[in-house]
Design a protein around this ligand. Structure first.
Ligand code: SF4
Length: 377
């Protein structure tokens, strides 16, 4: 999708595919985040968090299920665990994989999260008892819908047509409700975009929408207002990131508080420049758990390295423990300038001017390790 191979030398990007409804929220925050986040080949994305993989595992189990007798709760838990393991096995080497191989699933996820994901699967499986409701109704599961005019294409989790109405479902591990009890607006935009794609693909006019989480549910209609919102975002997308046209990454970058959680920030030169300088202590666009500095010392302690780095911008020394040597030793030598992303800390944010003690693998409580940690030389 993107024309240049090396993240360091990104001069131009090209969008060659329609956008996925699941990425529209990223686009609204920052078009560069959307483009880099759509192409795994280009951006050095931060490694996966176990909860993200658990969500993917739950989706896979639902997607692969066939109509039939309902499996027991324990069977569903085991199916989710098997899928989780299969996703980890196919992931590149990372801290999550290393801890999983050492401690098993209990080392990376609390039992309550696994149960919660299994509950979502259990509630969503097309079982014998429920199969009657699908008779004479057309059902799509993880099938692609697309629309050239909207320049959107994607795979809704579940779509069911009953006569002159269509029901579109998206599964989530949580709906991220705000103080007013509204689900995350990104999720509403996503399900509305899937609804509009389903409407345009089938010609059915009445569309109902559902966001389903293990202990939460949001139901709505594809209103004129939601349709208009999707249309507006689609127009904005086509104008800002037109297809098959070289685009300047710097012009697309849109810094904001969302940068703190951006999974491609280690490939964003605008972010890297700000991280190196970091002269403004109140800069809300930088994650307090990212550091740029020079390696002062590297000491092996069992299976992990302890690092001390000098941060010129913060005018302080920073210690980092639990840097697993099997994964990261080759990237570290005294005197190197490095950037560290998504470190773990037990310091209370804001207690000191800057956090100066971080960890990566937490050997006493592996589940609180910095799973999305990344080093950039
Ligand atoms: S770090 Fe910020 S500016 Fe850079 S791609 Fe991510 S969201 Fe956009």
């Amino acid at each position: 999708m993107i024309s240049v191979q090396s993240p360091e030398s990104i001069r131009s990007l090209i969008r060659s595919r329609p956008a996925s409804p699941s990425k529209l929220g990223l686009f609204l925050e920052c078009p560069l985040q959307f483009l880099l986040g759509t192409d795994r080949a280009l951006s050095a994305r931060l490694p996966p968090h176990p909860l993200a993989l658990l969500g993917s595992a739950a989706h896979k189990v639902i997607e692969q299920a066939t109509f039939g007798s309902r499996p027991s709760g324990i069977e569903v838990v085991n199916l989710v665990k098997q899928q989780f393991e299969s996703l980890i096995n196919s992931a590149p080497d990372c801290l999550l994989k290393w801890i999983y191989e050492r401690d098993g699933i209990a080392g990376v996820l609390p039992a309550s999260q696994i149960t919660s994901a299994a509950r979502l699967v259990y509630q969503s499986l097309p079982t014998e008892g429920r199969s009657a409701e699908y008779i004479d109704h057309r059902v799509w599961r993880e099938e692609s819908f697309s629309c050239t005019e909207l320049d959107l294409a994607g795979w809704p989790d579940f779509v069911q047509q009953k006569g002159d109405s269509i029901h579109v479902v998206d599964y989530k591990l949580g709906l991220g409700r705000d103080n007013e009890d509204k689900p995350n607006p990104k999720y509403i935009l996503q399900i509305a975009a899937y609804g509009l794609l389903a409407k345009k693909s089938t010609g059915v006019k009445n569309v109902t929408l559902e966001l389903r989480a293990p202990a939460d549910l949001w139901l709505g209609n594809l209103t004129d207002e939601l349709e208009e919102k999707v249309q507006q975002v689609s127009n904005q997308l086509k104008k800002t990131v037109p297809r098959n046209k070289p685009l300047d990454p710097l012009q697309l970058s849109t810094p904001g508080e969302h940068c703190k959680k951006c999974s491609v920030r280690s490939s964003c030169s605008a972010y890297l420049q700000r991280l190196e300088k970091w002269t403004d202590k109140t800069d809300e666009t930088l994650s307090p758990k990212d550091v740029a500095g020079m390696v002062l010392s590297v000491n092996l302690n069992g299976e992990a390295l302890n690092l001390v780095c000098a941060s010129e911008a913060r005018d302080t020394k920073i210690t980092i423990t639990g840097v697993v040597s099997a994964l990261y030793a080759q990237s570290l030598s005294v005197g190197d300038d490095i950037k560290l992303f998504s470190l773990g800390t037990t310091e209370i944010l804001g207690r000191a001017e800057y956090i100066s003690n971080f960890h990566v693998w937490n050997s006493r409580n592996a589940k609180s390790s910095a799973f999305t940690f990344h080093i950039k030389p």
